[in-house]
Design a protein around this ligand. Structure first.
Ligand code: FES
Length: 137
């Protein structure tokens, strides 16, 4: 698996997202409270760009008149027909066993770590004092 530096930590604000192409594949990277998650930016239903969707949460009910909203900012809703995906795993909220969009590992590494790492594929100048978002594909 190759590592790709997709930007500095400051490039995606908390609650934000960044859509980009990595090795010809559309990817969307989310920042959720300083944790980063990456999905293939293509809905498995009909191919819409998930990066254009609404970031929302889950509304659940244990019975009539009883609602609970949770996981704010962790569910991306497809802009075309509303299918919902967990940004942590790419799984569909309604059918996690059968519908998902691909997810990728993302981590934050310091410039000092990256300078020592011979496996970083992209040619990206790093500053040892900075932190970078690294996607593995
Ligand atoms: S294209 Fe995403 S729900 Fe239809």
């Amino acid at each position: 698996m190759a590592k790709h530096i997709i930007g500095s930590v400051g490039d995606i604000p908390d609650g934000g997202r960044l859509a980009l192409n990595v090795r010809g594949r559309p990817i969307v990277v989310f920042n959720r409270n300083g944790q980063y998650f990456a999905l293939l930016d293509r809905c498995p239903h009909s191919g819409a760009k998930l990066s254009l969707g609404l970031l929302t949460g889950i509304l659940q009910s244990d019975g009539p008149g009883c609602f609970r909203y949770s996981r704010e900012g962790e569910i991306i809703k497809c802009p075309w027909h509303g299918w919902e995906f967990d940004i942590r795993s790419g799984e569909s909220y309604c059918s996690p066993q059968s519908v998902k969009t691909r997810s990728y590992d993302v981590k934050v590494q310091s410039g000092a770590e990256l300078e020592k790492d011979p496996h970083v594929a992209e040619n990206f100048s790093v500053s040892v004092e900075s932190e970078y978002i690294v996607l593995e594909m």
